[in-house]
Design a protein. Structure first.
Length: 300
């Protein structure tokens, strides 16, 4: 009868294994483009049941059922989808009590720092049974980031103003929003070998509104302008997207404005594409683009 304890242990292990497998989510809905990208990177594409209209990477995300934008939560749609994991970002915290009442499992993906992205990868990796894949992605990201940092280490750090949002169709730039000290982009600027021109900005806002007068006061040595993806751009006016999203037009808007150091020295870089707006597994791509804009003298 000595075999009974071993048999019992084997049965228990099989039960635990089966229970763990069944606990892994199979109907995942993502309300954050960063979360969607992480899920696909973790090999969870087949388990994604819904995404937002703004989830455009990888290309497979475009084929997933859309459940609207990501600023609101459609509880009825989530229940109909039989969602067993909802991936959110910080802006959705207001819905947590309702989700708990409806017993809809959720996880919040933070994206305010590089450490947040590593944590998000680890957290989703554990929840989806893809811990090894999460570790591999994180290690690859760290290697890429380290390689870029080594190239700019010890170089002078010019002041950088990062524009994250503005009206692209206006002839002259009047108002825009820039990344302040309490943002993910501040870390990226520093790791890319620059210094945020808004470190002394007094409003305390994460993304303060800047006028041409404010731009003159800051007088950055470099301007980096993130303009997003043309397919997501909407204007109240009838515009030619080919013209608006041309480098000549976008850079020209800055060069015709306040004659700050970046303008006088023509140190204006426009980066188009949603990759630069979404801190996720492609962090090294963002960092390298910033580093090239800040330190073009380096052999890239």
């Amino acid at each position: 009868m000595k075999f009974l304890p071993r048999l019992f242990l084997l049965i228990l292990m099989m039960f635990v294994s089966a229970h763990a497998a069944s606990a892994q989510p199979k109907r995942i809905v993502s309300l954050t483009p960063v979360g969607t990208e992480i899920l696909f990177a973790l090999g969870q594409g087949e388990n994604i049941a819904g995404v937002t209209n703004f989830c455009d990477y990888p290309p497979e995300a475009l084929k997933k059922p859309k459940i609207g934008g990501y600023s609101e939560v459609n509880f009825e749609a989530l229940l109909l989808q039989e969602t067993d994991l909802l991936v959110l970002q910080d802006m959705h915290r207001q819905f947590c009590s309702d989700l708990e009442r409806l017993k809809i499992p959720y996880v919040i993906v933070k994206q305010e720092s590089i450490a947040d992205i590593y944590e998000a990868l680890s957290k989703l990796g554990k929840m989806c049974g893809a811990e090894r894949k999460a570790s591999e992605i994180t290690a690859r990201m760290k290697r890429g980031i380290k390689a870029i940092e080594e190239k700019v280490r010890g170089l002078p750090a010019p002041t950088v103003l990062l524009c994250v949002s503005r009206e692209l169709s206006e002839k002259n730039i009047s108002i825009f929003y820039a990344a302040g000290a309490r943002t993910f982009y501040n870390e990226i600027i520093e790791r890319a070998g620059g210094k945020n021109a808004l470190l002394r900005e007094k409003s305390g806002a994460a993304y303060p509104k800047i006028s041409q007068e404010g731009l003159i006061a800051v007088d950055p040595q470099i301007i980096i302008d993130l303009v997003g993806e043309r397919s997501f751009y909407h204007s109240m006016e009838r515009i030619d997207l080919d013209e608006v999203f041309s480098q000549r037009y976008l850079v020209g808007q800055w060069l015709s404005g306040a004659a700050v150091r970046a303008v006088r020295n023509r140190r204006v870089t426009v980066l188009d594409g949603t990759v630069y707006l979404r801190p996720g597994p492609r962090l090294a791509v963002i960092l390298e683009a910033f580093a090239k804009a800040i330190h073009p003298e380096v052999k890239w």
